[in-house]
Design a protein around this ligand. Structure first.
Ligand SMILES: NC(=O)c1ccc[n+]([C@@H]2O[C@H](COP(=O)([O-])OP(=O)(O)OC[C@H]3O[C@@H](n4cnc5c(N)ncnc54)[C@H](OP(=O)(O)O)[C@@H]3O)[C@@H](O)[C@H]2O)c1
Length: 285
């Protein structure tokens, strides 16, 4: 497992993380208290931790903070980097404080490593949210502040509103099939400003691993590297896009998580990387 510096924080975490968004049905059933914690999901996170993955991404919205709590309860807290998010209806100074305290309780921890704004609000000025997050950081409830789903203008605005700390990271959709970040300035901005970038949907919600066409560039590259899988190609390609990038594939199946943790058993050649850059032109993808 490779460990890379998380933005400008000076701390190192695993280059890939574990995502815990399952599906809308799971979220609804958790909200209605119809569903408890699924042991397989807990085991998936534990397997990832056992295989060197230290980053776990959750959100108050997902209904999975308690899954994370279960997975980390017997571990040294400092060995795990927990990222969670406040939803856009909780961004006033009063509500984000309440949301943070609720998340701490759900996670069974004294501090959140990375507290992210899940989506920007159209109603609450980002300055109000960020000022309260700075206070939460002063109090030791959170260690770093992050944003998610902010376009470039909003990202730059958020950065400029910070008074005493910096925005450590953003979280955006980025994968071989969805390359908007390469054209909307976010990828370049993050690299230039050493902002960590958590890549969500790194496997294109499963399309990059399930049913990949045998004639495709990905399948041809898999054949060049004995024992490799499409998932490894997808993760390696993302990681090659900058040392500030942290893909967070979903962790719900222990076998898949262990497989994902072995992404670095080979290296893509420069030629393969450029073939993958052009994958959009591949009719088989
Ligand atoms: N900030 C945001 O707004 C936002 C939005 C969406 C997602 N996220 C974060 O990003 C994370 C990842 O997104 P995602 O879960 O939707 O998409 P994803 O990671 O791109 O794809 C998940 C799919 O890939 C499958 N998969 C994973 N590893 C596999 C393997 N080794 N072999 C075969 N299949 C494999 C999963 O199946 P199994 O479950 O069976 O393993 C699942 O069907 C989320 O969990 C969440 O933490 C953030």
């Amino acid at each position: 497992m490779e460990y890379r510096e998380f933005g400008k924080t000076g701390i190192k975490i695993s280059s890939i993380g574990m995502g815990t968004y399952y599906d809308p049905a799971f979220i609804i059933s958790r909200k209605l208290h119809l569903k408890g914690i699924n042991r397989t999901n807990v085991e998936a996170l534990k397997s990832g931790l056992d295989h060197g993955i230290t980053l776990i991404d959750t959100a108050e919205l997902y209904g999975t903070e308690e899954v994370v709590k279960e997975a980390i309860k017997d571990r040294d807290r400092d060995s795990v980097f927990i990222a969670t998010k406040a939803f856009s209806n909780h961004l006033s100074s009063y509500k984000i404080r309440k949301a943070c305290i609720r998340s701490l309780k759900n996670l069974g921890t004294d501090y959140i490593d990375l507290y992210q704004i899940h989506f920007p609000s159209h109603f609450i000025p980002v300055k109000e949210t960020l000022m309260e997050m700075e206070k939460l950081l002063d109090e030791g409830k959170i260690r770093y502040i992050g944003i998610s789903n902010f376009d470039l203008a909003r990202t730059m605005d958020a950065v400029s509103q910070m008074k005493r700390y910096e925005i450590a990271s953003t979280q955006m959709c980025y994968n071989l099939y969805d390359r908007q970040l390469e054209n909307n300035g976010i990828l370049e901005y993050c690299k230039k400003n050493k902002m960590a970038l958590l890549a969500y949907y790194p496997l294109a919600h499963g399309k990059l691993v399930k049913g990949v066409d045998k004639e495709s560039t990905i399948s041809r590259i898999v054949e060049n590297h004995k024992g490799s899988k499409p998932v490894h190609v997808a993760l390696n390609w993302l990681l090659s896009k900058g040392d500030n990038i942290f893909p967070i594939p979903r962790a719900s199946n222990p076998e898949h998580v262990v497989e994902n943790s072995k992404y670095d058993s080979f290296k893509l050649t420069d030629e393969e990387l450029s073939e993958l850059d052009n994958i959009m032109n591949d009719t088989h993808k």
